[in-house]
Design a protein around this ligand. Structure first.
Ligand code: HEM
Length: 193
């Protein structure tokens, strides 16, 4: 008899633990806000995934390797006729058009389109005001945040096409040769395989 009663006791304590976690989550206003933000982002990610499936648009041509000033980058926020989306991370410009469902207009991370996203990524913030209008040297970020920027940079290098450098005011653009372009095309080919 005593043996049969045991599983019931365990069940009750597990339910109690779940109830405790839920109570903890819902009693703090910050937790409730974070939970709502997470749910909204998950909804946006998955709804844009479903929406983008039936639209089969021809891919836009690969961008020739070139450097960008901040104001030039702003033109590539996905609202242009070409729909191209560029984004800078840690001084490097990536073509993230392939990730339109994330960065396209109305996407969960659309705030980063055409911008230097480094500070937003480092501080895990999607608030538009966080991103500076002038060049951002990130010098006030702590070592953990800088590490996070480097990790994002690695993730973007693996997933998206590297286009060129983000230029500071007064810096001259690099003159890339066709060979540079071919090398980056080869790297990107293996990315798509
Ligand atoms: C609060 C809750 C959050 C949830 C639940 C969430 C969820 C996700 C998920 C599920 C993915 C992967 C989507 C996929 O590959 O299909 C993702 C990717 C990503 N998230 Fe979040 N996210 C959250 C917050 C944030 C914040 C605050 C930032 C801003 C720094 C952020 C930036 C990104 C970026 C840049 C990607 C990569 C998109 C890509 O592959 O290009 N996320 N997120």
């Amino acid at each position: 008899m005593a043996d049969e009663a045991k599983p019931i006791e365990k069940d009750t304590s597990e339910n109690g633990a779940v109830a405790d976690v839920l109570a903890e989550l819902l009693t703090s206003p910050i937790n409730v806000i974070l939970l709502v933000i997470c749910l909204v982002l998950i909804y946006k990610i998955f709804s844009s995934r479903n929406r983008s499936k039936p639209v089969v648009k021809p891919e836009i041509p690969k961008l020739k390797k070139r450097d960008f000033y901040l104001n030039e980058l702003r033109q590539f926020d996905g609202t242009g006729e070409h729909g191209r989306i560029l984004m800078a991370v840690n001084g490097k410009v990536f073509d993230v058009t392939r990730g339109k469902r994330f960065y396209g207009p109305g996407g969960p991370y659309g705030v980063f389109a055409g911008r230097d996203a480094s500070r937003g990524l480092a501080t895990f913030s999607l608030t538009p005001d966080v991103l500076k209008d002038d060049i951002d040297d990130l010098s006030d970020l702590n070592s953990m945040q800088m590490e996070s920027v480097r990790e994002w940079e690695m993730q973007f290098t693996e997933k998206y096409d590297y286009v060129g450098k983000l230029l500071k005011a007064g810096e001259s653009p690099t003159e890339y040769s066709d060979i540079d372009d071919e090398t980056s095309t080869d790297a990107n080919k293996s990315k798509n395989d």
